[in-house]
Ligand binder design. Sequence first.
Ligand SMILES: N[C@@H](CCC(=O)N[C@@H](CS)C(=O)NCC(=O)O)C(=O)O
Length: 198
Amino acid sequence: MRILGDLASGNCLKVKYTADHLGLSYTWSDIDIMKGESRTEAFLALNPMGQVPVVVLDDGRAIAQSNAILQYLAEGTALLPADAYGRAKVAEWLFWEQYSHEPYVSVCRFHMYYRGEPKETREAWRVTRGEAALDAMDSALSGAAFLVGDSLTIADIALLAYTRLATEGGFDLAARPSVTAWIDRCEKVLRLDPAGAA
Ligand SMILES: N[C@@H](CCC(=O)N[C@@H](CS)C(=O)NCC(=O)O)C(=O)O
């Protein structure tokens, strides 16, 4: 399997975290989105949307969209419940992440981290929605070790990627103790360096 991605991108890191946790064998191809490497003819043949991450399976078939990749990789493992209700609860978080969290927390980070723009120039409406998303997570995680059930699933991995990097987007996690405890817990299970992004 080949993973095409950018190690500074949470959407790509989700895929790396999942593949590493499952002990999957893969080669990683760095794609520099700031240099237009996701818009070349060869890349667009794999994902016409021109975005990373993309996974290319050994038989040549490609999969885009980070959370679709997570679902594929996690099939048949403890990271994805076997029962329909458990899978639906995981899907709830995957859709929520892409609609109510990533466009705010990740995009604020994009402006600050990728473009080097100051915190003060973040779009206010995006900040408000990012803060609301982090509050919603803190509430959901109050009294719960993980987002779905009592062990790590791809719901946690999908949310972890940008949440643990939220400070790089100008968000303060210190006042969200359930989120910070959950980040620590997930990092331990995934054996991630608490100090680093990868
Ligand atoms: N919904 C997509 C979002 C992917 C995405 O936004 N990728 C960004 C990097 S985080 C990208 O490739 N941007 C380059 C571009 O759009 O040209 C996913 O979850 O995979």
